[in-house]
Design a protein around this ligand. Sequence first.
Ligand code: ADP
Ligand code: MG
Length: 251
Amino acid sequence: MLELVGLKAEIDGKPILKGVDLVIRPGEVHAVMGPNASGKSTLSKVITGHPDYVVTGGDVRLDGVSLLEMAPEERARAGVFLSFQHPVEIPGVATSVFLKAAVNAVRKARGQDELDAAAFLRLAREKMKLVEMDKELLHRSLNEGFSGGEKKRNEILQMALLEPRVAILDEPDSGLDVDALRIVASGVEALRTPERAILVITHYQRLLDHLKPDFTHVFLDGRIVRSGGPELALEVETRGYQWVRDAEATA
Ligand code: ADP
Ligand code: MG
């Protein structure tokens, strides 16, 4: 369903993605692991249509249809969701107002009725249980002063509310203590459905103890250089990335 074909992208004339090939079928969870600055966040932003990045080759397709000509909000309406590595803070916009607008935009695109304030709050409170998120946060400005764990829970709450077809999670584990990590991972695990494709970017195997990927990919210098099952994540954890770099250099 989500297909990356020889995807190349650059920023300020600097090539970052150097030909990424990846197919994620409905129901699958794929993990992408890779060192800092290898281009993992760039990959997630290019898929969702961040305007700073220029696609210089290849394609991103959802059910065979290219996303590249679509604006970010059209991609969102088509069911593509990104949970940010660094969620933005928006002072003055209540979390509940932001989430309700996002949910209703997606519902409208799907031909469903918009939720009124009461119906939205009922739904939000129900979904918040999934990530053990404090209800008070709904009434505060979006992400403003949220702890790292609260921001990540909020991202997963958003995913639960939007019910995306393709969810891309950029380091949902960064900055989390072990308990928050378990809660966030099991929240994502609960959102795994036979229809949904999930791409999770992570540095650490630990997240993958709770969220079992079907496939693991090692990302290095703008490309996927190794693909395997969950065991590949363990290998990276014990051997680091240098081993893959060395193997690439001699290949
Ligand atoms: P990762 O998520 O794997 O750590 P990123 O995709 O964030 O890597 O970054 C890949 C490379 O692209 C880095 O060298 C980074 O400095 C560069 N880069 C990413 N975004 C920008 C930007 N907005 N402006 C300039 N360089 C960028
Ligand atoms: Mg990143």
